[in-house]
Design a protein around this ligand. Sequence first.
Ligand code: CTP
Length: 396
Amino acid sequence: MLKGKHIIVGITGGIAAYKTATLVRLLIKQGAEVQVVMTPNAREFITPVTLSALTGKPVVSEFFTANTGEWHSHVDLGLWADAMVIAPATASTIGKMANGVADNMLVTTYLSAKAPVFVAPAMDLDMMAHPSTARNLDLLRSYGNHIIEPAEGELASHLVGRGRMEEPENIVRVLDGFFSRKQRLAGKKVLITAGPTYERIDPVRFIGNFSTGKMGYALADAAARAGADVTVISGPVNVKASEHSVKVIPVESACQMYDACVKAFPESDIVIMCAAVADYAPVDVHDTKIKRENTEGMTIELKRNPDIAAALGSVKRPDQLLVGFALETDHEAENAVRKLKAKNLDMIVLNSLAVPGAGFATDTNQVTIFKADGSELSLPLMSKAETAANIIDNLS
Ligand code: CTP
């Protein structure tokens, strides 16, 4: 997948910089065209001559070539690239990238890059564990950058811990996986429901649930990374998509979500129903706040909301793929398969609340995928982002 791809390898001043010779060599072996951009400090760790010999291109490190005055355009470089990978990324460069401190060619190129950016941190374990590093990495994630998490192992300080730059072979694998995924859903329209729905009781109260939308938005990001045109029909949430191409249609109640889904369905190739839709709504919604007085023994009469997944399932065309979620506390597999059939889904993703670290408001999830053909795939406990990428990889 890397054949013909233009890749900027950004090298910063850390011991792991010596490994980038291997990284560059592997990328070139896969058919990529590589341009190296180094920070001034990186030159202390690996010589530009080695890298320019490997890439066949002069290494860019300064804004100008001193003797000729030739200007190196970070804008042109940023436009040329299909991907930029910064390896090793020191705490200092990560901080500069997070905060737009454009005092060298590498950070200016990063700020101009239109292509996806991959960041492979490398630093001592204490620096890696510092809240400042964690905050800066979170900022980079929020810009849609991909963090290639550092491994545990012996560090330059001879201490053992988390902070070793991921091995060049694995960095190449991540890039290769990214470009293969990118093509998987190219040209497909994906509709995803996410978050809870709120059913109003009066102007200040509602019936809702603990869904945060994290899983739905992780799926939206994963589908966008796979090249899809993604729309999220979202209940009230505080999360955002990292991928800027993701469109969001905000709704509040199950009925609003139903209307938005029915409208968008005919245009959609793949629909993933990840929202925790409230099954019931109050029959009467009070115009004014219900007062405490005179409400002893109060009951709220409820009516059933429409089942959005079942409604879409009943009009689904053979060329459309409909995926549901099932959140179960008991008889999990049995209930999930029953819902798959009852709602005419092609696939259902079972979340078990019995598994610690899975379900609402966590950053991890453990799911089992059941398909209409009777197949079953259980994924291990992993981050919601990884779970989402796996679900997208398994769509069929
Ligand atoms: N769903 C929906 N509309 C509803 C209820 C659920 O579209 N009114 C969708 C969910 O988004 C999910 C699937 O149906 O993809 C299963 O949701 P779940 O809440 O597990 O199932 P229910 O059918 O509501 O059954 P129950 O709550 O009784 O388990």
